[in-house]
Write a protein that binds this ligand. Structure first.
Ligand SMILES: [Zn+2]
Length: 231
């Protein structure tokens, strides 16, 4: 069926989500050159620097991320397109690729459910989808772990975090999550999933809400990207 995809490429040219050049053949989302230079975070090991970001802040089992999110990097286009340009399938495919590697490293061992970081109802209806649902879907397809996108809710659409100072960021996200159904989380090992990890404030806030409602849960975290090159 290669002729069909070739024909589709002519009618609807697909472009690389990183550099914008047109894609061909088997290339999906990003071209081969951008794929080769993907700013990969080293493969998961217990106690890695990203995991350590949460030490003393939130009790976590395991934390992993897939690529670096550095200022001015063209690779930020991947996240941007997934979030704001109606291309959530980029997140799903990237997450599936990451999950295949993490699976081999035992990252998902004992994980019972995947909880995508929720958006507020208002934001979800503005955007039409929650990008984290798609990241969760990519992981679920590889691991077979079920997704729970109902038990945790975000009840405040907080202002964007981008221009806030570190301390403000933590204050800004305090108490914005709550647990609608603590019985379904009880005793479970939860994998919280988000798109970009910056300070960890939002994930910590969500994790704390879960632990407050259901103290016997375990929490692991996966994000598609992690800010900073030095982590
Ligand atoms: Zn490219």
């Amino acid at each position: 069926m290669k002729w069909i995809s070739d024909l589709l490429d002519i009618i609807f040219p697909r472009s690389c989500a990183v550099c914008g050049k047109s894609l061909s053949g088997n290339e999906k989302d990003i071209c081969i050159n951008c794929l080769i230079d993907l700013p990969r975070i080293p493969a998961y090991t217990p106690g890695n620097p990203i995991e350590k970001l949460f030490y003393g802040v939130l009790p976590v089992e395991r934390v992993a991320s897939y690529i670096y999110y550095a200022k001015e990097s063209p690779y930020n286009n991947l996240i941007h397109r997934m979030k704001y340009s109606d291309r959530p399938e980029i997140g799903e495919r990237m997450a599936a690729t990451a999950a295949k590697e993490l699976l081999e490293r035992g990252f998902f061992e004992g994980v019972d459910i995947i909880v995508p970081l929720p958006l507020s109802r208002q934001k979800k209806s503005q955007r039409g989808y929650n990008q984290c649902d798609h990241i969760a879907l990519g992981i679920s397809k590889v691991t077979g772990i079920a997704i729970d996108s109902k038990s945790v809710i975000r009840h405040i659409a907080n202002a964007t975090q981008t221009h806030k100072q570190r301390e403000e960021r933590w204050k800004n996200v305090e108490n914005i999550f709550s647990v609608a159904d603590s019985a379904s989380l009880k005793g479970k090992h939860i994998l919280l999933v988000d798109d970009v990890l910056t300070t960890g404030a939002t994930l910590t806030s969500c994790g704390k809400a879960i632990l407050a409602a259901s103290p016997d849960t375990k929490i692991s975290i996966f994000t598609l990207a992690c800010a900073g090159k030095n982590i």
